[in-house]
Design a protein. Structure first.
Length: 432
């Protein structure tokens, strides 16, 4: 089923005309309402009238995560705060979160995009869907929730954390769809298998995203649970889940080009690359009111295909992600920058900035151990002091990144020093 053919099956000319009209409006809005963009455009000698359509996109400046942090919390909002009805936030590169705001209309468009993505994955009104992304500042839970309600499905707002309750309800309620991270779904599948319950569920489909996963892992999930598994992409800066999703042919994720203008640029030069070539994914929002962003560099590496799809949709498709061009890690669905840990350690005083993060995946759940060098004096006979410091550092890191961690304190000069770029991360997770 296609949500709305007039939106999803336009000709390339129609899409480009719509995008051009919306881009012109967006540029006008940010120029007049966001001093940050006005200054940036003025510095480039650009006036609003210079942007006449998407062919002029490369004249505009890029926006980065650092720009959001520098304008923390509401500096990039384009409407008065009284028109913002919700905020979400995700990790910044250091201590400060990146904050985004939504007007009522933004929330309506967001739920429509997610409803379109869920429809693409085969979810219908009579489905019962468990939303097992985290609810809260993370966009996953509330974003998926809004889309499922818009579609008219019955939503079970599970959030994350209680797998036993989730599987019990999955069986008792006859749940037919689930939205969660792919690694969590594998964990759920294994729990069902262990309890001999795999044949006691009515699950038909899953809409998974928020972290990298492979085609193999998608097939593994389909196989274990006898369902269709779909890939959903998004990021809080641009909206949240529902910026793109794959259809039943699984040949790339359809981007909602009526709301987001994608570009793929070369990491080194910032210049656009040809269709099919890999580069950094950049988005300009075309309808957002709360925090419209111009040429936001997601740092996600992918390629784009503008050819129409077998499903009938003409929306461009981005390929499964090939990684990121920065050092952001996604651990249990939470975005973590090593620099956040460094900043937290430096702030507390007792620790040195020499640390090593060891990320692993055990029973399909991510684990994080942080080894931290501390002064020799803590390794005297005072075991109690060492234990107290371990707890304190664990709590400081947890506060900084929003994830529970295991901390292991080590003596000075234990961690290997690097001749070049310091190695702060060992990621043992193997994406099968
Ligand atoms: O992860 C939004 C989301 C929620 C997407 C639920 C899908 C499902 P952020 O926390 O801002 O937002 O993290 C965004 O996560 O730039 C990618 O690096 C990564 N990411 C998101 N979806 C996928 C995916 C949400 N399907 C960052 N495949 C993005 C690979 C993904 N990486």
């Amino acid at each position: 089923m296609i949500w709305n053919e007039t939106k999803e099956c336009m000709s390339r000319d129609e899409i480009m005309t719509l995008q051009s009209a919306r881009l012109v409006k967006t540029v006008d809005r940010v120029y007049h309402n966001v001093p940050f963009y006005r200054k940036k455009m003025q510095a480039l000698g650009l006036e609003v009238g210079d942007i006449r359509g998407i062919e002029d996109i490369e004249k505009l400046p890029f926006t980065t995560k650092a720009d959001l942090r520098d304008n923390y919390p509401f500096g990039l909002f384009a409407v008065p705060q009284s028109e913002i009805v919700r905020v979400h936030a995700s990790s910044g590169t250091t201590g400060k979160a990146t904050v985004v705001g939504y007007t009522r209309r933004d929330l309506e468009i967001w739920s429509e995009c997610v409803a379109r993505a869920f429809t693409m994955a085969g979810v219908k009104r009579d489905d019962i869907i468990q939303v097992a992304y985290g609810y809260g500042l993370f966009t996953g839970g509330l974003g998926a929730h809004g889309g499922a309600e818009k579609l008219g499905a019955t939503v079970v707002p599970m959030s994350t954390g209680n797998t036993k309750k989730l599987t019990t309800m999955m069986m008792d309620f006859g749940v037919t769809a689930i939205a969660c991270t792919p690694s969590y779904l594998l964990h759920i599948a294994e729990t069902l298998e262990e309890n001999g319950d795999i044949d006691n569920i009515k699950l038909k489909c899953a809409i998974c995203g928020a972290e990298p996963w492979t085609e193999n892992m998608r097939l593994q999930i389909e196989d274990k649970l006898h369902i269709n598994a779909h890939d959903i992409y998004g990021l809080s800066e641009i909206m949240g889940p529902g910026v793109a999703c794959d259809c039943k042919y699984h040949k790339g994720l359809h981007v909602y080009e009526d709301h987001f203008l994608p570009e793929i640029v070369d990491s080194a030069t910032g210049k656009g690359v040809a269709a099919g070539e890999t580069g950094e994914l950049v988005f300009t929002t075309l309808t957002k009111e709360g925090i419209p962003l111009i040429r936001y560099n997601t740092r996600d590496l992918t390629s784009i295909d503008y050819s129409p799809c077998e499903c009938g949709r003409t929306l461009a498709r981005i390929s499964r992600f090939k990684g990121r061009s920065d050092d952001m890690l996604i651990i249990r669905g939470v975005n973590v920058f090593p620099s956040q840990i460094e900043a937290a350690l430096l702030e507390m005083g007792e620790a040195t900035p020499h640390y090593l993060m060891i990320v692993d995946r055990i029973n399909n759940l991510d684990t994080l151990e942080v080894q931290v060098e501390v002064d020799e004096k803590f390794f005297s006979d005072q075991i109690k002091e060492l234990e107290q410091l371990t707890k304190k550092i664990a709590s400081v890191i947890q506060q900084a990144i929003g994830l529970a961690v295991k901390v292991k304190l080590v003596e000075p000069k234990t961690l290997e020093r690097s001749m070049g770029k310091a190695v702060h991360v060992i990621d043992k997770r193997k994406l099968v």
